[in-house]
Design a binder for this molecule. Sequence first.
Ligand SMILES: Nc1ncnc2c1ncn2[C@@H]1O[C@H](COP(=O)(O)OP(=O)(O)OP(=O)(O)O)[C@@H](O)[C@H]1O
Length: 612
Amino acid sequence: MKIYKRLLTFSGNLGSFMLPYFIVTILMSVFSLLNFTFMIPLLDILFNSEESFTVPETLLTLDDFQLNGEFIKEYAYQEFGLLMLEKGKLSALMLICTFTFLASLMTNTFRYIERRLAENYRRNTVALLRTKIFDRVLSLDIGYLTNSKKSDIMARSTTDVTEMENAFSALTTFIKDPIMLIVFFSTLIYLSPTMTMFVFLILPVSGISIGLIAKKLKQVSHNLQDISANLLGVLDETIVGMRVVKGFNADNYVKSSFEKSNQGYVKEYSDFASKRELASPLSEVMGVFFVGVLLYLGGTIVLSDDPSLSASEFMAYLVLFTQVLNPVKAISGNVSNIQRGMAATERIFQLLDTKPSIKDNPEAKELTEFKVGIQFKDVTFGYEEKDVLKGINFELKKGQMLALVGPSGGGKSTLADLIPRFYDPRKGSVEIDGNNIQDYKLNSLRSHMGIVTQESILFNDTIYNNIAFGTDATMEQVEEAAKIANAHEFIIKTDEGYNSIIGDRGSKLSGGQRQRLSIARAILKNPEILILDEATSALDTESEKLVQNAIQHLMKGRTVLVIAHRLSTIQEADNILVIKEGEIVEQGNHQNLMNIEDGVYKKLQELQEYSK
Ligand SMILES: Nc1ncnc2c1ncn2[C@@H]1O[C@H](COP(=O)(O)OP(=O)(O)OP(=O)(O)O)[C@@H](O)[C@H]1O
């Protein structure tokens, strides 16, 4: 219930939607009802039931008005009677047809307004929800996002939102259809209480049996979805892995697994189809049976000696009854939609309620200037229970270059991630100019830093936008940065130069070109502190040279922390930390470290020399 309320009030003022919606729905129902009740005088005229139109001795006037069916009926018949006396039957017929048309026009006008109101409200809510989800994902810390939650977040922001959207439409039928039902049922009761009692008895019976069939169908369609996802999975894997499939002559292997899923699908589908095709004739037969009983019951009343229902009223009753079935069907059909949608909405709200663990302290201040350096004081950190970094101490002085080296998995990237506060240490502190970085505002802290990662993180946008990346840099500034990063030459050779779109994650560029764009982006930001995770992927010598040269330009005059995979690039570093199993096992400059007999650094250096 809470979730319904939260969803409905999500885009703001529920009252400003509900009141007009409510009024419009009532008007729509009333006009729709009028539309059908005009059938009664119409039939009376057609079938010559003149006695219905006898004009009373003393005429009713509008001064006698009472808001009840009896008065309205008598007054209407009196007026029709007068009209027939004066102008003949055809004029009365004409008048009724005009009224019917007008009522239908009004019903449909209000129906249109009702749909637009519901649609607007749904669209606004869903758009706002999407924005909120995106904002929340942006605000979540990196630790949360890497913790195997990516696909979960994707599912919540796509499939769950669609489910929720469907449920939202269904939710409005829960407001609209009960109003329709009340208006129609009150008229049915007014026309014939006996028959309506019978209708009350049969409706739940037919509703439950149709519901049972629908439930069975839903179950089968679920299995069908699973199998079809499986089928797509096999196809996807085969296309992506075609090189391996062909290389290993594994055609028959993938073919047989596809065939297995395919046959499963065929079998499940035939099960589904047989149930689905049965559902419609079954419910029709059931419907006809009930209508048959109703016809008999009504017929008995009409043909009795003292009928409480005229033939024309009975016909109108039957037509109205068919109209009652629509909202009943809509409500029962939407129950499962709503349930599914509410489960999805709950998952969306869980995501929205996730609080980021890395956020600004209430007393956080701006980091206006970086003066002295970065210090790690006894820093311990771990992702899970195990410590990945253990008691790390070092200082990176302003303007110096510090390199991290060591075996894979030692904790180098983790250490670098603590500087922009992607994670907070478990123990100890990371400080800038002697102040804990947690005392600075995150934005101001990160504004002093530039990060170039192993993977060039690019977006499916123009080259210009990828370099400018949210800043309002001019084309000249972007070009300047690209020139320093050795990227200008290749950029101007692309079809549209700086306006070329680079594809998903930069898929239209080579590895080296992607890296140079990332470097250009960092050069443009011109950060005081540079965190550089050297790319491990091999580039050809020419491209490698261009990238290295760009990196040299980028590092000039900055405070640099570099995670080095090629030791040749860090011989100039002021300080090198050798990290192994979360600890600093050696430190010093290249020469100092090479002098340590049996040292880790020396061994790594020899290993790289050897593998050249
Ligand atoms: N998000 C994470 N969740 C859990 N454990 C992680 C996570 N990221 C890294 N680790 C673990 O932390 C340890 C250190 O990883 P890290 O990436 O910092 O090493 P590295 O020295 O940078 O390695 P490489 O040189 O291969 O990049 C590894 O054992 C790794 O498995």
